[in-house]
Design a protein around this ligand. Structure first.
Ligand SMILES: [Zn+2]
Length: 338
């Protein structure tokens, strides 16, 4: 169990205690997020788009829906419900501020208070907030609705979100295909595990997205299935410009990590510079057991990616290929960076 937090992160929302169950604090954050579904359902019933809430309204909802608060006031009720809700407001407000920092809730201005107290600040959930809320819903209730809501949000985030670079569009095509072949439920499970698993310290939205993109399933056969679908089928069908941008992102990422472990830095950087304009090739460094030294080499980025996928599923950290210097087969050992 983590005992100290440097700053508030997504992992707080899913923090578990030593007994393996969510902490009280985590459960409170989860209920605040689940409130998004309540807003969404009541808006649907009223046929409206009204998805805003005030801290008072949220505190009121939590008073009747968050177990710890229900317990607290059934054991020790205050003079009236109104006072109970008001006593919760400050604590709820500071959690809302934390969720704003994480980009799960956003502030959208003010509205006139119905209780005659002047303008009150109002908030709504971001797409990520709604996404988390659906992932927290009990699957036995309505699995099909959850899957379809998660799909729509994921598509919207990956395709039109303000972050959406080519790499994300690539994944949005992939999710579309997963849905088409009836496997999107596996992706929903993967995303849920990414959030709730205790050993992945996902703290920001960007880390969360990166983690999903790794397609790191518990079952290696699933990882292979989805990675091959992604890199073999979807990648090759991309618009050429998006394809180049995706390859370039991968090139930059792999070369950056390669650079941290090269031995022959001077020659490595020369090769990397020489192939800088070619998004299809990446500069790596390997060790040849015949030449007996570290040699930089240029390899096809997609081939390297496919090797990475198969090596990772069997936990193999290195790969042997033909030496660019002496040309012996399989004497050149290169690292697998994933
Ligand atoms: Zn050699």
């Amino acid at each position: 169990m983590k005992t100290e937090h440097i700053s508030f992160g997504i992992d707080w929302i899913f923090e578990k205690g030593d007994d393996g169950t969510f902490t009280d604090e985590a459960l409170l954050y989860q209920d605040i997020i689940k409130h998004a579904i309540k807003l969404k359902k009541s808006a649907n019933e009223k046929n409206s788009n009204e998805l805003s809430f005030s801290v008072y309204e949220l505190a009121k909802w939590l008073r009747y829906n968050h177990n710890n608060y229900m317990d607290r006031y059934s054991k020790k009720p205050l003079s009236n419900v109104q006072t109970e809700i008001e006593s919760l407001q400050k604590g709820v407000g500071s959690r809302v501020d934390n969720l704003i920092q994480l980009e799960l809730i956003k502030s959208i201005g003010t509205r006139q208070s119905t209780r005659g107290k002047g303008p009150v600040a109002i908030y709504t959930y971001t797409e990520f907030g709604f996404l988390f809320a659906w992932l927290l819903e009990d699957e036995s209730e309505d699995r099909a609705t959850i899957t379809s809501e998660v799909y729509d949000l994921i598509q919207s985030i990956f395709r039109t979100g303000r972050y959406a670079p080519s790499y994300w569009i690539f994944y949005s095509e992939f999710f579309k295909m997963c849905r088409k072949c009836g496997r999107f439920q596996d992706i929903v499970d993967l995303i849920r595990n990414t959030l709730t698993s205790n050993d992945l310290a996902v703290t920001t939205i960007v880390e969360f997205i990166h983690q999903i993109q790794r397609l790191d399933f518990k079952d290696p056969t699933q990882t292979i299935f989805f990675s091959v679908l992604l890199w073999d089928q979807i990648f090759n069908r991309l618009d050429p410009q998006i394809k180049s941008l995706v390859m370039y992102t991968m090139k930059v990422e792999i070369e950056r990590r390669m650079d941290l472990q090269v031995k022959n830095g001077k020659n490595y950087e020369k090769l990397r510079f020489k192939i800088r304009d070619d998004p299809e090739m990446i500069a790596i460094e390997g060790y040849c057991s015949k030449c007996m030294y570290y040699i930089p080499g240029a390899v096809d980025v997609l081939e390297y990616k496919m090797e990475m996928i198969s090596a990772n599923t069997i936990n193999q950290p290195v790969l042997f290929i033909r030496c660019p210097n002496c040309k012996s087969d399989k004497s050149f050992r290169i690292p697998i960076l994933n």
